[in-house]
Design a binder for this molecule. Structure first.
Ligand code: HOZ
Length: 430
């Protein structure tokens, strides 16, 4: 049997850093990444045969847990019919219909293969539809790794962003303005200065890439107003939150708090593919009509709407619509976050957590952070020691403090109790 350490060494010889996506390398927390051999329900098993209760769920897609029988059945049937045709299928229509039924802000949706591709295409469409170039994003919100979105704040609101990655020319991000999340003053000022040139504002309504931070209702309300006043499209990146925080996604939560609220465009991934490479972006018909082959905005993909991926996504979406699904998932997630908070308090550890639907986050600090800077000011060393304490006790949390966590419908009361027992020990050991 190969050990995780031996596999990591072997992987590093042939794959940069030994991983195909950086956070998997455990660089933030140190130690050896676990190489996963298989998964079932709420558990993953590494190459050494060790079982972990999984709170990553492939970074969100596995809302039903691993290997759900109905999903497996759909995928197996689809695979027998063919892996990829590069031609339209009826299943793509079914998946699009299902998504649109649950997200009334969109009339049409285009299926693609990854969240990065969906966000990148949404920006291009927003620019094509408005005839404007400038975009706003928020510090700490991650929208995949398209060049224009790998950007941090410039020196002021009149200056645009700086690339956060080598290989991204400054000219490519010269139209991207980066603002502080939840900062109303900056938002007003940015629209005053650039409103007439803005194609769109892209936002994670609940940011899942700086752990778990909600956009406040007043902030979202004002953002909606400003976008409407200035003719900029409000783009919701729901790759993480879509069909994960509520059946209607995060936008349904804001619509409850802000009468008539809806984004102009939405980006989805993760849950809609059920663990297969599938993502989507959608908007009202007039905007989507700008997209090729109808309109001048080009976008395409050999594996877009892949028949096996659409079968997986469709079967997953069917399950999450069963009566009581989100109530039960939300209750489990709430129980986890509340239980962790109690355990931390008993151990005298400053700790705060939040959750919505099946998505959660926690921080080693006293008050919930509202933006990237306050997330980064939380206690990283404590987080790292807690992460390893939990891993050693069979609980697999995200290996970086700036990532959200995910609970699945397969996590039982016993799994949650075992997690909290491990947490009590891990907090005491901090
Ligand atoms: N984009 C994910 C972090 N928010 C990482 C995905 C992965 O490593 O699978």
């Amino acid at each position: 049997m190969s050990t995780n350490a031996a596999l990591f060494e072997r992987a590093q010889r042939v794959i940069p850093g030994g991983v195909n996506s950086p956070v998997r390398a455990f660089k933030a927390v140190g130690g050896t990444p676990r190489f996963i051999a298989r998964a079932q329900g709420p558990y993953i098993f590494d190459a050494e045969g060790t079982r972990y209760i999984d709170y990553i769920g492939s970074w969100g897609p596995m809302i039903l847990g691993h290997g759900h029988p109905a999903v497996l059945d759909a995928v197996q049937k689809a695979a027998l019919e063919g892996f990829s045709f590069g031609a339209p299928t009826e299943r793509e229509i079914e998946l699009a219909e299902e998504i649109l039924k649950l997200v009334p802000s969109m009339d049409q949706v285009r299926l693609v293969s990854s969240g990065t591709e969906a966000a990148m295409s949404a920006i291009r469409l927003a620019r094509g539809a408005t005839g404007r170039n400038k975009i706003i994003k928020f510090e700490g919100c991650y929208h995949g790794h398209a060049d224009a979105l790998l950007v941090k704040a410039g020196s002021g609101l009149a200056t645009f962003g700086n690339p956060t990655s080598a290989g991204v020319p400054a000219e490519v991000v010269q139209h991207t303005l980066v603002l502080e999340y939840n900062h109303l003053g900056q938002l007003e000022e940015a629209f005053n200065l650039h409103g007439a040139d803005l194609a769109c504002v892209m936002i994670e309504p609940i940011a899942g890439n700086m752990n778990f931070v909600r956009a406040s209702v007043p902030f979202m309300k004002r953002l909606r107003e400003l976008c409407s006043q200035h003719g900029a499209l409000l783009v919701f990146d729901e790759v993480m939150t879509g069909f994960r925080v509520a059946l209607g996604s995060a936008q349904s939560l804001y619509a409850k708090a802000i009468p008539g609220f809806e984004p102009d465009m939405s980006v989805f991934g993760k849950v809609i593919g059920g663990g297969m490479p599938l993502a989507a972006f959608g908007a009202k018909r007039a905007v989507m009509a700008q997209l090729a082959p109808l309109g001048p905005v080009y976008q395409a993909g050999t594996l877009s709407g892949n028949p096996v991926a659409t079968a997986c996504g469709l079967a997953t979406l069917k399950q999450i619509q069963k009566p009581g699904f989100f109530e039960a998932l939300s209750a489990s997630t709430r129980q986890l976050v509340d239980g962790l908070s109690v355990a931390a308090r008993e151990a005298g550890v400053p700790f705060v957590g939040d959750c919505e639907g099946g998505m959660f986050g926690f921080f080693f600090t006293d008050a919930l952070p509202q933006n990237y800077a306050t997330v980064m000011a939380t206690d990283k060393e404590r987080f790292n020691r807690f992460f390893h304490g939990m891993l050693d006790r069979g609980v697999y949390l995200a290996p970086a403090l700036y990532e959200a966590g995910f609970v699945s419908a397969a996590h039982s009361a016993e799994d949650l109790a075992a997690t909290l027992a491990a947490a009590r020990e891990a907090f005491r050991a901090l």
